[in-house]
Design a protein around this ligand. Structure first.
Ligand code: GLN
Length: 495
């Protein structure tokens, strides 16, 4: 079996450029890998190798004009909440059953111009609400490191696909941790860029003031390459910022000497798995050995971040999801009159977590409670943001765990929403503050990956990449203990 699927994006790009492989051969390796792995991971909602083959042919045809693009001919996967013209886009929900968007999201459009070969759309928690990929209406995605465990969420399908070698890179969305947490749990690199760095046009809205498109890759270098293509102002998204996009690859290989890293005390006071704590502390020592100056800092309003997020995100969601009425997209249930058609559609189309969020959000916004909940949450959001501003005046970046635990068991938290919500305690603050966050694998605990989270100043993704790249070189995951991607051939798991 050809093992071209093991190449990183950067390596694949070099091989393609040198004429050692063709886009068709690279794709064939991924298709073969998917035959083996998809039945174990269920990473995709829509997997369409025939469509990908057409992309590969198109890239071959356009090859002379694609000289500028390192992503040309490299197979990718996109989370199922980003619109793809004529290709099913469900958001993991029954209510969008059969929805074929008439346009591409800006990120999809940019990648297509850069020669993406699109394998399909990945599984996710319904409308990106969740931390385990179990609330999808279509499938439960499994963690390729251990199929009894969750891949994290909500972008669990994208994380699992990249970790299992089913796609070279993938896009996800991060509203409260949905890129960083699954990246940590699946042992891959996950970046949530600064709010406004990447266009949200065509990303189905969950909580518009928090949502940001992010990347899943197997290396920090690959992360820089994908970000390079998707970052930048988009006139179709008024919240995308018209700032020049730096050369992200230039941030790799820079010296850590002179960089200052803050350790937010409060992030180590939450209940962390001892193994997570150990790996993260060791990684921080490694960063010190590499020349960074490390000091403690405080983000005093951290304890309120989770409850603030779980007011603001549902409030925005309740408003955004009002558009699913059975008239415009996807599912339509029958009813005796218009009102009952709406009711039946929403009753049958939404799953229980989405309904819970809509009810929470509607309540928080209702007259009489608006000031006590939504307005108050916005004020606390400002305090959380201010904590970061102060800390990032003193430090170039902050380092902490991405997730308090390694991947938990399938079914373990589904009936306990509060425990599920607590999975996000270390990731939601960066969304509330709009800051960039990068999760990089930093070790194993119980044989499962642990992620180190690096949070930076607005629009300073470069520093995150510099730190992540240095750590990855210095502290690679033990190749002997790596997941199935690195075990040649064969099926390591019996489900
Ligand atoms: N797990 C969080 C939630 O359920 C974050 C989700 C996300 O980032 N999309 O809201």
């Amino acid at each position: 079996m050809s093992e071209l699927y093991r190449l990183s994006v950067a390596q694949a790009a070099r091989a393609l450029r040198a004429g050692e492989v063709s886009p068709g051969e690279l794709l064939a390796s991924y298709v073969e890998r998917n035959l083996e792995m998809e039945q174990l991971t269920h990473a995709f909602i829509t997997y369409d190798p025939d469509r990908a083959a057409k992309d590969a042919q198109e890239v071959t045809r356009r090859w002379p004009e694609l000289g500028w693009s390192v992503l040309a001919g490299v197979p990718a996967a996109i989370k199922d909440n980003m619109c793809t013209r004529g290709l099913l886009t469900t958001c993991g929900s029954r209510i969008l059953d059969g929805f074929l968007p008439p346009y591409d999201a800006t990120v999809v459009d940019r990648l297509t111009r850069a020669g993406m070969v699109l394998l399909g759309k990945t599984n996710m928690d319904e409308f990106a609400m969740g931390s385990s990929c179990e609330s999808s209406a279509y499938a439960v995605t499994r963690n390729p490191w251990n199929p009894g465990r969750v891949p994290g969420g909500s972008s669990g399908g994208s994380a699992a696909a990249v970790a299992a070698g089913q796609a070279a890179y993938a896009l996800g969305s991060d509203t409260g941790g949905s890129v960083r947490q699954p990246a940590a749990l699946c042992g891959v690199v996950g970046l949530k860029p600064t709010y406004g760095r990447v266009s949200r046009y065509g990303l189905v809205a969950f909580a518009s003031s928090l949502d940001q498109v992010g990347t899943f890759t197997r290396s920090v270098e690959d992360c820089a390459l994908v970000l390079q293509v998707i970052a930048g102002h988009d006139p179709k998204d008024s919240t995308s910022v018209p700032r020049p996009v730096p050369d992200y690859r230039a941030a790799l290989g820079r010296d850590l000497a002179g960089l200052t890293l803050g350790i937010p005390r409060e992030y180590f006071e939450v209940a962390l798995d001892p193994g997570v704590r150990r790996q993260v502390e060791e990684a921080i020592h490694d960063l010190e050995d590499l020349g960074a100056k490390v000091g403690e800092c405080s983000l005093p309003h951290s304890e309120y971040a989770l409850s603030t997020y779980y007011l603001i995100a549902p409030a925005e969601a309740s408003s955004n999801l009002a558009r699913y009425d059975g008239v415009r997209h996807g599912l339509r249930s029958s009813g005796d009159d218009l009102e009952s058609m709406y009711q039946n559609t929403r009753h049958q189309g939404f799953g229980s977590e989405v309904k819970r969020r809509i009810m929470l959000g509607t309540y928080a916004l209702s007259s009489g409670y608006y000031d006590a909940y939504y307005l108050r949450a916005q004020k606390v959001r400002t305090l959380v943001k201010r904590d970061f501003e102060l800390a990032l005046e003193r430090f170039d970046a902050l380092v902490c765990p991405t997730s308090p635990t390694v991947a938990f068991g399938i079914g373990e938290r589904v009936d306990d929403p509060l425990t599920m919500y607590a999975s996000d305690v270390l990731t939601v603050p960066a969304n509330l503050a709009g800051l960039p966050g990068l999760s990089v694998p930093c070790g194993l605990s119980e044989g499962l990956p642990v992620g180190l989270q690096i949070i930076g100043r607005p629009f300073d993704e470069e520093t995150l990449l510099t730190i992540g790249h240095a750590l990855e070189k210095h502290r690679p995951l033990d190749p002997e203990k790596r997941g199935p991607l690195y075990r040649p051939g064969g099926d390591p798991y019996v489900l």
